[in-house]
Design a binder for this molecule. Sequence first.
Ligand SMILES: Cc1cc2nc3c(=O)[nH]c(=O)nc-3n(C[C@H](O)[C@H](O)[C@H](O)COP(=O)(O)O)c2cc1C
Length: 310
Amino acid sequence: MRVVLAPMEGVLDHLMRDLLTKVGGYDLCVTEFVRVVDQVISDRAYFRSCPELKNASVYGCTTEAGTPVRVQLLGQHPTCMADNAAKVIELGSQGIDINFGCPAKMVNKNRGGAILLKDPENLYQIIKAVKESVPKETIVSAKIRLGYEDKSLAIENAQAVEAAGANELTVHARTKLEGYKPPAHWQWIAKINQQVNIPVIANGDIFTLSDARKCREVSTCNDIMVGRGALMLPNLAQVIKQTAEELPWSEVQKLLLNYTRCETYGDKSKYYPNRIKQWLKYLKLQYSEAAELFQEVRTLKTAQDIIATL
Ligand SMILES: Cc1cc2nc3c(=O)[nH]c(=O)nc-3n(C[C@H](O)[C@H](O)[C@H](O)COP(=O)(O)O)c2cc1C
């Protein structure tokens, strides 16, 4: 079984990837999406989203713990996506993941993300162009939802992903319209898994060992992807693999202090205050101590004040 750490824009940055993969159990990380519009994005912008690329020529694109990192692209123009994919692979990314699931209004208005699920041909053309632009052995994966408004094209979309040459498919088991509303429809992943021959990674609402077991059973998938669950319980992957008990709060506190490293983004930067508060919002769903801490830091604005409270 592989446990993949989900891409989560605004929350799961390289510091969080570093932290969580050091805790252990995660087999692959996918970056927050990089928006491709109509040009090839600069090295600098790619290094910002995926600093792991900087050492890729020496260590491969991995976190310090050695977990592979794959860059995720989001865009609608096949040629431009292909040019960017070629560049990202040259920079050293461990494959390319393509986002067909983003529900954000702005992204969908510009015809990126989940809106592309309205026509399987969109997926086919983008993946085919990307696949043709990178060396044959490059892993190209796609991440889809079950559809935009309804699930009527779920199978066709998955088949288009496979026909275009993708090597892997992750399915977040909801439509765009369903947002993040529970439940995730794992049985739909099973229907998809039955119709395609590439590995399918099941995603959505896996927060515990029991969820993981049930999801794998219902979806018939070996591999799973976890997002919010990993932010709630940092060693969720180990718990799922039954190699460790749930991390005690004292260990989570150490991780929170470790995350203060991103405070180096500058005194005036909102980066650290925003991100640590985001993380605490997830942690408090698992740890009552995190709820107390969140109350204490909620109104604090500077990194220094938050760090002093930690
Ligand atoms: C705040 C947030 C940001 C996300 N950003 C991305 C993203 O950049 N790319 C992507 O493919 N999915 C993104 N997702 C979706 C997650 O990767 C995942 O599919 C979803 O949260 C369901 O999995 P989970 O129940 O394990 O969290 C995001 C989800 C959340 C809540």
